[in-house]
Design a protein around this ligand. Structure first.
Ligand SMILES: [Zn+2]
Length: 288
């Protein structure tokens, strides 16, 4: 028997992978927005034909370079500092060179990466569904954090999620191949219609284009039948968080609910719930 399919060894591998994925994600969450900004600046420069005057100088950021370092003193991390969770605990959350506190985001993402792995394993058992849903959950985590911090849902991540969902469901892992295809198309079109209706009525843009692509990706993973559940759960979570937030901040109600807080994080959470608990809407509505 394949040792990887033993429940215990599968769980151990899942937890280690979750920690590594979480640590990689915190790097993605930190660097991807910087890479995008760098790209936009370069495109603007090229467009304005200023290339050459000030193009050189700043070193390029990518996912692999520069090596992980303290953002304050630029001290490069030791190998042991790069170990997820352990590195953070060893240094008690501070740079071991200049004592600058390490952001909460690193530990949170590492722990959430592990949580996703454990939840997927407990839910699906040692199986390809468990591995696929971990992939799904980890990318959603990165999207959630980037949207919270930067109000961005990078195409690089939403497209990976969309294509991988369409491919994985060719084997009918979570829905049928046609369910995934219609899910992707309908997910995009539903939000596209809401987006344009909202703009027609209020003259404002209620959400970013990234939300459309994210719901398309969720449709590709969960199938079109789960889109109502995803939208309902995301909106309910959104209301639960947004209303107290607006009341506390005493902001005027006009930057309406949709514009006050990014919608992406709620879609991400609702997508994860839909993949694992596809009958939640039935339970909410009819108690079964
Ligand atoms: Zn430092």
């Amino acid at each position: 028997m394949n040792i990887l399919l033993e429940p215990v060894s599968f769980m151990v591998v899942a937890i280690i992978s979750g920690a590594i994925a979480g640590s990689f994600l915190s790097m993605v969450v930190h660097r991807l927005p910087l890479i995008m900004r760098q790209q936009w600046k370069r495109e603007c420069r090229e467009f304005l034909e200023l290339e050459g005057k000030e193009a050189s100088g700043a070193s390029e950021i990518s996912l692999s370079a520069p090596r992980s370092h303290c953002p304050l003193c630029n001290h490069q991390l030791r190998l042991v500092d790069n170990i997820p969770v352990i590195g953070f605990l060893l240094n008690r959350g501070h740079c071991n060179h200049c004592n600058h506190p390490i952001g909460w985001r690193y530990l949170t993402l590492e722990l959430l990466g592990i949580t996703v792995a454990i939840t997927a394993t407990l839910h699906f058992g040692p199986s390809s569904s468990a591995v696929a849903s971990m992939w799904f959950g980890w990318i959603l985590l990165a999207l959630l954090f980037i949207d919270l911090e930067h109000r961005l849902l990078p195409d690089q991540l939403t497209y990976i999620l969309l294509w991988s969902g369409l491919i994985i469901n060719q084997w009918g892992l979570f829905t049928t191949p046609s369910g995934a295809l219609f899910g992707a198309a309908a997910g995009y079109l539903v939000l596209w219609s809401i987006f344009h209706l909202y703009k027609m009525v209020t003259g404002r843009e209620g959400m970013g284009g990234g939300d459309l692509k994210l719901l398309a990706a969720l449709g590709a993973w969960c199938g079109w039948t789960l889109l109502p559940q995803i939208l309902l759960v995301a909106s309910l979570c959104g209301l639960l968080v947004t209303v107290p937030w607006i009341l506390l901040k005493k902001e005027s109600s006009y930057p309406l609910l949709l514009t006050a807080i990014p919608f992406g994080p709620f879609l991400a959470v609702a997508g994860w719930i839909a993949l694992l608990w596809p009958t939640l809407l039935d339970i909410m509505l009819w108690g079964r």
